[in-house]
Ligand binder design. Sequence first.
Ligand code: ATP
Length: 205
Amino acid sequence: MAGFLLFGGSFDPVHLGHLIVSSDAAEQIGAARVVLIPGARPPHKQGRTLSPAAERLEMCRLAVADDPRFEVSDWEVHQPGPNYTLHTVRHFRQTLPADTPLYWLIGMDSLVELATWYCVGELLEACTLVTAARPGFEQPDLARLTDLLSPAQIRKLQQYVLQTPLIDVGATDIRARVRAGRSIRHLVPEPVRQYILERGLYCGG
Ligand code: ATP
C-alpha cells in the first residue's frame, strides 16, 4: 500500500513553499498522496489569531484542486481543544488500511522545536517524521534529544531529514505583503491569490 504524507499547518495562507516541498518530499519517500491538514495554531506556537478555519481550508482546496496527488482534510479544524499531532496521526491510522505507511511532514523550523511537542516519543512510533529543508534554519543537533527519544528514534529522524528545494516563502511575509499592498503573485497559487484579494484577507493587520 502506497504511503500517505500528512502535512499539518496553519496554512494562513497555504503557499508555494508548502506545495513545492511537500510534493518533492512525497516523491523522495514514495508516498502516493499528500494530505494538507489545516489546524488551529499548534499548542506550542501561540500568538497571532488565525484566519477562520473555513477560509484556510478553502485556500488549501483551491491550491490543490487540479493536482490529484493532493487532498485536504478538515478533521483537525473540527476537533475541540488543541490539535495534537499524535491524535491526528492516530485518527488517520484508524481510517486507513493497517499496512499504509504514514509519514508526517514538517519544515526545519518545526524540527528545531520538536522537544516542545506533545508526546514526541509516541508520535515517532505512530508515524515516520519527515523534515524538509527551510532557508534560515540549520538542522539542530538531534543527539541532544536523548532524554526524550531512543537512539533508534533519533537515527530514524536523522534519516528522514530530506534535501528538498530551499524555498524562501512564508505565510508571515505573504500577510505582510498584502497588508502593505504589495504583490503576492508567484508566491501562492493564482486561485489562492484571487481568493485573498476578493475576500480582503490580511488587509487589516
Ligand atoms: P507562518 O509564517 O504563519 O508561521 P508558515 O509559512 O511557517 O507560516 P505554516 O502553515 O505554519 O506556514 O507551516 C506548516 C508547516 O510547513 C511547518 O512544518 C513549516 O515548517 C512548513 N513550512 C512552511 N513553509 C515552508 C517552506 N518555505 N519550506 C519548508 N517548510 C515550510
